[in-house]
Design a protein around this ligand. Structure first.
Ligand SMILES: Cc1cc2nc3c(=O)[nH]c(=O)nc-3n(C[C@H](O)[C@H](O)[C@H](O)COP(=O)(O)OP(=O)(O)OC[C@H]3O[C@@H](n4cnc5c(N)ncnc54)[C@H](O)[C@@H]3O)c2cc1C
Length: 419
C-alpha cells in the first residue's frame, strides 16, 4: 500500500535485523509446530496433563515457546529484552501474565508486582504499563455486579478491595507519569471494567492520557460505546485513552451467548469486524486532540490504514497520542518497520513464573492455530527471510570467489592460464 512515509511491511531486512540465522531457524521450527491445530491441541493436552501430575515439563516449555514469547520469569529477567527492543526504538510493555488467581492474597500480590512494573516503566521510560482486571479481582464478583445481583458483606468487601487496587494502580501510574492500559476481557464482566476505567480517566486523564480502556471491535456494540465514551470525555474535560483491538475471546463469547440464549455479541463475519476496527481507528484519528490511541493489531491492512490516515490528517509520526503495539514474538515485520520510520511502537512482553504463564502461552498457541493465516503469515515471513539471507550469502560467496580468482590471476597470471 502506498504511503508517504515509505513504510513497507514487506521489508524483511529491517523486520529481522535483530535476529541471527540461528534465531530465525528456531522461530521457524516453533511456528511450524504451532501451525498444526492437531499438534497444538495434543501439545496443550500434554502440557496440562503433565503439569497436573507434576511431570518435569517446565524445562522443555521454558526453552521453547516460553523463551520465544516471554521476557522471563521475573521483571529483572526482562531487562535484556527491554534493551534489545530499545536498540530498535521499540518500547516494552511489561505484561505480568499470571492468570487464574482466585484468592485475595494472590490479587494483592499481583497488584504489588504491577506497582513494581510502573516504577520500572518510569525509570526506563517505558511507554506503558498494563493490567488485566481479573488478575486483581475475582471475575465471579464482577459477573454478579454486572448482573445487578446482591453481594454478601464478605463479597462487598472483596469487591471494594478490587476497586481500591484498580485505583491504586492508576494513581501510581499518574504519579509516575506512566500510561497504563486496562486489558479488555469477556463481555459479561466488561461493563464493570468500562465503568471503573472511565472513573479513573475522569481523575487522571485531565492533563494527558494516563489510563487507556480497551475496545474490542469484534463486538457489534463497540462503535457506539466508543462514540459515547468520546462524548463523555469531551463533556467532562478529560482525554479518552483507547487501546483498540479486535478481541481475543470469540469462541468463549459465542458459546456463552448460545448457552444463555443470548444474542451473539460478536460480528457475524470477520469482514464486519475488520470494518468496525478500521472505522474506529479513523474515528479516533479524526479526534486526535481528544483521544489517544494504542492500536493493538497484527493486521497489516489496519496498520497501513492507520499510517495512511495519519498522513491524510497531517498527524506527525511520533504524535504522543498515537502508539502501535504488537505482541512480543509476533509481527516483527510491522513493529520494526514502523519503528524505523519513526512511529511510536511498543511490544507487549509477557513475563511471570513459567507455570503461571502457561494459560497465556496456550491461548497464544491455540489462537495462532485457530486464527486463519496468523501462524502461516509468521511462517511465510520467516521462510522468506531465510531464503533472502541464503541467496545473499550465495551471492557474496560467489563475489568473493570471483575476487579471489581475479587476485590469483593478477599474481600468478601465467600459471592460472596454464591450468
Ligand atoms: C498489543 C495487543 C494487545 C491486546 N490486548 C487485548 C485485550 O486487552 N483484550 C482482548 O480481547 N484482546 C487483546 N488482544 C488480542 C486481539 O484482540 C486479537 O485477538 C489479536 O490481536 C488478533 O487480531 P488482529 O487484529 O491482530 O489480527 P486479525 O488476524 O486480522 O484478526 C483476527 C481477529 O479477528 C476477529 N475475527 C476472526 N474471525 C472472525 C469472525 N468469523 N467473525 C468476527 N470476527 C472475527 C477476532 O477478534 C480475531 O481475534 C491484543 C492484541 C495486541 C496485539
Amino acid at each position: 500500500m502506498r504511503n508517504k512515509f515509505n513504510v513497507s511491511f514487506k521489508n524483511l531486512t529491517t523486520a529481522f535485523e535483530s535476529k541471527s540465522d540461528k534465531d530465525l531457524k528456531k522461530a521457524y521450527q516453533l511456528f511450524m509446530l504451532m501451525n498444526s491445530q492437531t499438534l497444538t491441541n495434543v501439545g496443550t493436552f500434554f502440557i496440562k496433563f503433565a503439569l497436573k501430575f507434576n511431570f518435569p515439563v517446565k524445562y522443555l516449555i521454558k526453552n521453547t515457546v516460553f523463551a520465544y514469547f516471554c521476557g522471563g520469569e521475573s521483571l529483572i529477567d526482562c531487562l535484556p529484552t527491554i534493551k534489545a527492543l530499545q536498540k530498535y526504538h521499540i518500547g516494552t510493555i511489561l505484561d505480568y501474565s499470571v492468570e487464574g488467581i482466585k484468592i485475595e492474597e494472590g490479587f494483592k500480590e499481583c497488584m504489588m508486582e504491577l506497582l513494581a512494573v510502573i516504577q520500572k516503566a518510569a525509570e526506563d521510560e517505558l511507554p506503558f504499563a498494563v493490567f488485566k482486571p481479573s488478575g486483581i479481582g475475582a471475575a465471579e464478583l464482577m459477573v454478579k455486579v454486572q448482573k445487578g445481583l446482591p453481594l454478601s458483606m464478605y463479597e462487598r468487601r472483596n469487591f471494594d478491595n478490587f476497586k481500591s487496587r484498580f485505583e491504586t494502580i492508576c494513581r501510581e501510574a499518574y504519579l509516575h507519569r506512566v500510561k497504563v492500559l486496562v486489558d479488555a476481557e469477556e463481555s459479561w464482566i466488561q461493563n464493570v471494567i468500562d465503568d471503573l476505567s472511565q472513573e479513573m480517566m475522569v481523575k487522571y486523564n485531565k492533563e494527558s492520557p494516563i489510563v487507556y480502556n480497551t475496545f474490542q471491535m469484534y463486538r457489534k456494540d463497540r462503535m457506539a460505546a466508543l462514540s459515547e465514551s468520546c462524548e463523555a470525555a469531551k463533556k467532562r474535560g478529560y482525554i479518552l485513552g483507547v487501546k483498540l483491538v479486535r478481541g481475543a475471546y470469540m469462541k468463549k463469547e459465542t458459546d456463552y451467548a448460545a448457552n444463555n440464549m443470548l444474542p451473539n455479541p460478536i460480528h457475524n463475519t470477520k469482514a464486519d469486524t475488520d470494518r468496525g476496527f478500521n472505522q474506529a481507528l479513523e474515528y479516533i484519528l479524526e479526534r486526535i486532540d481528544h483521544i489517544a490511541i494504542c492500536c493493538g493489531t497484527h493486521n497489516e491492512k489496519s496498520n497501513y490504514r492507520m499510517i495512511v490516515k495519519m498522513d491524510e490528517l497531517g498527524i506527525k509520526v511520533n504524535h504522543p497520542h498515537v502508539f502501535f503495539a504488537q505482541l512480543f514474538g509476533m509481527s516483527d515485520n510491522i513493529s520494526y518497520n514502523l519503528a524505523k520510520a519513526g512511529f511510536n511502537v511498543a511490544k507487549y512482553v509477557p513475563y511471570g513464573p513459567v507455570e503461571a504463564v502457561i494459560p497465556y502461552l496456550i491461548r497464544r498457541a491455540s489462537e495462532n492455530a485457530a486464527i486463519a493465516g496468523q501462524t502461516s503469515r509468521e511462517l511465510m515471513l520467516l521462510k522468506a527471510e531465510m531464503k533472502r539471507r541464503k541467496l545473499l550469502k550465495e551471492q557474496q560467496d560467489s563475489l568473493k570467489n570471483e575476487a579471489h580468482l581475479s587476485a590469483d590471476f593478477q599474481t600468478n597470471g601465467f600459471e592460472f592460464q596454464d591450468i
